[in-house]
Design a protein around this ligand. Sequence first.
Ligand code: 13P
Length: 250
Amino acid sequence: MALKKLVAGNWKMHGLSSDLAEIQAIADASRQYPQVDVALCVPAIMIERAARTVPGFPIGGQDVHYSEKGAHTGCTSAQMLLDAGAVLTIVGHSERRDSQRETDAEVKAKAEAALSCGLSVILCVGESLEVREQGKAVETAIAQLDASLPETMEGEGELAVAYEPIWAIGTGKVPTTSEIAEIHGAIRRCLLERYGAGGEQVRILYGGSVKPSNAAEIFSVEDVDGALVGGASLKTADFIPIVEAAAGIS
Ligand code: 13P
């Protein structure tokens, strides 16, 4: 049975008080599509203001620390995200794996910390262009996933996986539908091996240059249960057509 699609925006390092009106507009428009789950992951410092602006609309973080508290300058715990009004968080985004040297083991610990606090998690994996050109995209993404997945899915939060090929992020390049199907199928098999029947319920999102023009085609691929959207999530006019495509309308 097809899972309800999740379309999550990743605002990355974008968002000032003046953008709260855009968040409001996205939340208002997305309420017309109850058949799709929609969320926005905003900079940590914006979570509280965003959550107050759109009560009931899911606001998330973009990263979380794996410790409950302590001497971790500049970091944010799962409890802090919850306290600010977040209901989900991204972990293991390739931009953090790269710039912050985050390892699979850290990503796993982050996912576990978030889930055990009741936050939902979008756990990202994806290969570089070099790896894809070597023909090792599937094995690399699955090895990354296997080492990053939480031991169990216990907790009130829900686990989702996002496949984000690094070479497709912000570039306008998108894998073919058969390349997406190949990796999403392999991710599904890995989830079933790890969690048994529970693995069927984990949504697998595609991320990397999702736009209004390609969303419907991407959503038609088997085991694509939604999207993690960067640039096109910043404006209602770009983001809502993607939500509409997930609803099967366009
Ligand atoms: P773009 O949609 O801008 O390619 O970004 C994808 C992404 O990194 C979402 O997390």
